[in-house]
Design a protein around this ligand. Sequence first.
Ligand code: G4P
Length: 501
Amino acid sequence: MLPSADQNEILRRRTFAIISHPDAGKTTLTEKLLLYGGAIHVAGAVKSNKIRKTATSDWMEIEKQRGISVATSVMGFDYSGYHINILDTPGHQDFAEDTFRTLTAVDSAIVVIDSAKGVETQTRRLMEVCRMRKTPVMVFMNKMDREGKDPFDLMDEVEKELQIHVTPVTWANGQGLKFESVFALSNRPAELTPKMEEDLEMIDGVYPQFDKEAYLRGELAPVFFGSAYKTVGVQELLDFFVENAPSPRPVMAEEREVEPMEDKFTAFCFKIHANMDPNHRSCIAFFKICSGKFLRNTYYKHVRKAQQMRFAAPTCFMAQKKETVDEAYAGDIVGLPDTGNFKIGDTLTSGEELHFRGLPSFSPEMFKYIENADPMKQKQLEKGISQLMDEGVAQLFVSQLNGRKIIGTVGQLQFEVIQYRLEHEYQAKCRWEPLQMYKACWIEVNDKEGEAELEMFKKRKTQYMAYDKERRDVFMADSAYVLSMAQQDYKHIKFHFTSEF
Ligand code: G4P
């Protein structure tokens, strides 16, 4: 176990992400939290990493904006004795995969909902990931200063659509033009309007008391109302958050569960941010520390490469400044400058042979064959594809029938990014060929009968079978109909849309 001073450092850490549908107010809320932390001094200081709608077809512009986001990848600050790390998530849905991975590095999340729009698609998808990982979440109903949906309807919507129980912690005095303030339900105003009395009676009748254990299990979300823009209801959220949100939680490795307070250092890589400058092919590998304490210039084991490495210039992120750090604790994120040693999912330890569970891959939404367009540059192309996949830019599948390479993404933009980077960083040229594909399904059987059925299935469907990067079998279903037929015909085979089940 670590000495108690170090344990206290870990206990005061709160590492979380704010998730929302674009435009719900994530940037505005982040900024207000930073203002409370004294990390910034004027509103408008946080550059939105949101990709402006007008620029969606111009991905160079997007990359420029993504450059900004290195600085806002992690925003650390102190508040009320706690050390807070906010992990930023890309707003553009074509980079949803990045966001999924970031969620593997947080200990909790705050979901921001636009009270006029209610639960939107991106929120639903991100919440699925939180549910899968049992991440505790709090909900902030934003934009109460605008005419919006009824607060009770909003809470019903969250319960139904995000499949989580809710209980309000604050309540809004009015809504839209009449919105003034919020109050804590544990500390109600003496004077109440009849409407407010009615609301409170309803709340007491319908919603349970806040139960911290249920929240920590990811079953109950406390709900807050407010306006990030007008800075109303934000401090109530922040105070409740630091007190109740979990400090770093134990993390499951293949070998065993790792406790944050162990004195041995362990960490995993959840994100690699490439420098887009072709003259400096350098990256920052982002590691979440799972246990112990990280020290600069100290040797750690890169488990996959069975190699000792030390880092002279690790960075931490205080507010928007990237600073070299001498030490960091479980719960923190360190950025390690890298020139191609790391890939997503890599583990660093003080020496132990430990593998953090691979981050789940989700079935891509779009698929294309990638072909070599310059026969002289085959090697460069192979290398480029392999490194870009390690960085998590997209997923590679290889057809079991003919060995053709298939790239899967969540959006068109990623194809453009890959093509551009292959050309500029690897001097290789690629060509895309269309492929009509519905989903990539990881398949699983649990018994002897299933194994026989799987053999049969693979034989019959050879042309639809591929390997993923770990050489696992993947069934490439070309339509929802084909998939549902397969599910009917092969009852012993389970079809999964994520690689971890
Ligand atoms: P995002 O990061 O989730 O995409 O959202 P962001 O904070 O950028 O907010 C999106 C828009 O919603 C912004 O307006 C922002 O000012 C506004 N907004 C955020 N919170 C509130 C709120 O509580 N009440 C109201 N009325 N508006 C809010 P914009 O016009 O797109 O940008 P700007 O010109 O205001 O910067």
